[in-house]
Design a protein around this ligand. Structure first.
Ligand code: NA7
Length: 546
């Protein structure tokens, strides 16, 4: 078969529009995937629910939303011209700038003509007779494509809390991931925030200066550390541009694709003074260094972890004046770094304001949302605005929300009931011609760095298929079992895997998400890449190609 025909669909007889590939999602990975498929000369269409591109950075426009990755490690690395043109305003860019950046990319590479906005994919069904996917949008429109590529993100299925009465509240209310585009004012308002994850921390520290009063409902305290953001001047940006090759090379080597990598020393082999000095230094430095660049054993050895947890707890006690409130803010059920560390700017000081109250809902549980506010076991609060910073059905949630059916109508949601099973986080047995960009069990980390690799690997596989006349790509059973077991083995001994969090697949606002699962590859990105590169080098030997 000629190269131009393989992985290319002939038009069907009815009105269904036919593509070589459909990509779901116009966020960081979907945009790049489209760019790469264009290079292969493929006819691709991106379906995006939002009214514009940007994915995470389109939806999460809540006050204070920003990177915890250094901005200059977050942009795409594939275009030198783009790197030369873009000026990052801050070391940790705020959402409006990132949204602007992704729009700039869409325009610069003329991506929009293949992106269909306001288009939510509701189902995708594999058809063995045509070796293609039937795709349906929630407005009933149908499409067909040889390849289905999911670029639906890791944290893109927001969840509301299961608290009775949510719909009865008469004031304003909003989940942070559905924040309105119109400005929201806080002056004089009585505001509630439910949740204290990374999103809540950014929101709380941003709105606290404007609100009439703020009441934070905390279920699990978090170990937060300072962000230390700063503006980037023209001269500094020029220096960053000159160092881009070095910066990306550094991100390439580190386990999380950040500029930070673990210190080779054990926290237990240095003197208490050296330890303290190192931690003071990390606490004073910008970004994730204190989490990703700490002693090598703080995330695996309970003794080392207890020491760093104690260090952070002391910082919280120093910064929060009321000792009772400080104790509430110190996590008791997990150690530092066991969950994703929220980075903050004067977050703890917010609790020194007279108009801010922290409610520990373990002590006084929320009973219901009322028309006027929130009723706990001991108080009826009245609010003008309730902000739900209650997180996401992470990693597999966005898949669960699409009715994806593979061979013989098997439902992906059912197949993954007890946790995802994938090959390299890219392919799923029984779901031929579906490729996942940044899927479950792939390497996670500084998102765009990981996403670029993920897109490039998927594109390599597609290119291989096109040049070899392959019309059906499927993970093998043996390959899937081996990869799934390997992913599990990479998580052994990691303290984070013994903690309830979105990273272990826990979300008690969703049915069936109340037991921990291995959701992500924990062996570090260089090892992940090594595995994937080896498979590609051996002509994708563990994948069934027909
Ligand atoms: P997270 O980190 O999942 O945080 C969600 C927060 O909401 C967390 O504090 C939850 O408490 C709380 N929550 C969820 N449901 C409830 C109910 N029913 N009642 C009270 N509190 C609740 O999501 P984020 O959006 O902050 O951050 C997600 C990631 O996005 C983040 O890690 C970054 O990578 C970007 P819990 O901890 O479950 O007790």
């Amino acid at each position: 078969m000629a190269t131009s025909q393989v992985l290319t669909r002939e038009a069907e007889t009815d009105e269904t529009e036919v593509f070589d590939a459909v990509i779901i999602g116009a966020g960081v990975s979907g945009l790049y995937q489209l760019y790469k498929l264009r290079e292969l000369g493929m006819k691709a269409r991106v379906f995006e629910t939002g009214t514009n591109v940007g994915g995470t950075w389109y939806w999460n426009r809540y006050p204070g939303a920003r990177f915890d990755s250094e901005s200059w490690t977050y942009g795409y690395s594939f275009s030198k011209e783009l790197l030369d043109e873009w000026h990052w305003d801050e070391h940790f860019s705020a959402q409006p700038e990132t949204e602007r950046y992704l729009n700039y990319v869409a325009d610069k590479f003329d991506l929009r003509r293949d992106i269909q906005l306001r288009s939510r994919v509701s189902s995708a069904q594999y058809r063995e007779d045509t070796r293609s996917w039937d795709i349906t949008l929630d407005d009933g429109r149908h499409y067909s494509a040889r390849l289905l590529i999911t670029a639906i993100g890791v944290l893109s299925a927001p969840t509301m809390p299961r608290i009775p009465g949510v719909e009865t509240f008469r004031g304003q209310s909003c989940h942070t991931a559905h924040w309105p585009k119109e400005p929201v004012t806080f002056e004089g308002k009585r505001v509630a925030v439910i949740g204290t994850g990374a999103t809540a921390v950014q929101t709380i520290q941003t709105i606290a200066k404007d609100v009439g009063s703020l009441t934070v409902f905390q279920r699990t305290a978090q170990w937060c550390a300072p962000l230390h953001n700063a503006r980037i001047g023209e001269e500094e940006m020029q220096g960053i541009r000159a160092r881009y090759p070095e910066i990306f090379a550094r991100c390439y080597e580190t386990p999380g694709c950040f500029v930070h990598s673990p210190d080779p020393r054990s926290a237990l082999e240095v003197t208490p003074e050296e330890r303290e000095a190192f931690w003071e230094k990390l606490y004073a430095e910008p970004g994730f260094g204190i989490w990703q660049g700490n002693f090598r054993d703080i995330l695996i050895d309970p003794e080392a972890n207890a020491l760093i947890s104690d260090f952070i707890a002391r910082k919280i006690r120093e910064r929060v004046k009321n000792p009772v409130v400080a104790e509430r803010l110190i996590p008791k059920n997990h150690g530092f770094g066991g969950r994703r560390v929220p980075l903050e700017t004067h977050y703890y000081e917010v609790y020194n304001q007279p108009n801010v109250e922290l409610v520990d809902i373990n002590e006084t549980p929320i009973e219901r949302i009322t028309p006027a506010g929130i009723k706990t076991s001991d108080t009826e609060y009245e609010f003008d605005l309730i902000i739900y910073a209650t997180g996401f059905d992470a990693i597999t949630g966005a898949f669960d929300r699409i009715d994806i059916r593979g061979v013989n109508g098997r439902r992906l949601k059912d197949e993954w009931k007890n946790g995802p099973q994938t090959y390299l986080g890219v392919l799923v047995e029984g779901f031929p011609n579906m490729l996942m960009v940044m899927g479950p069990h792939a390497g996670l980390g500084n998102f765009p760095r990981a996403a670029e690799y993920s897109v490039e690997w998927a594109t390599g596989l597609i290119r291989h298929a096109r040049t070899h006349g392959i019309t059906r790509i499927e993970a093998t059973h043996a390959g899937t079992e081996r990869w799934t077991e390997h992913v599990k083995s990479t998580g052994v001994g990691l303290l984070a895997n013994d903690v309830d969090s979105w990273m272990t697949g826990i979300n008690r606002n969703v049915d069936g998400k109340d037991t921990r699962k291995i959701m992500r590859y924990s062996g570090g990105y260089p090892a992940y890449r090594e595995h994937c590169d080896a498979v590609a080098a051996e002509e994708y030997h563990e994948i069934r190609l027909e």
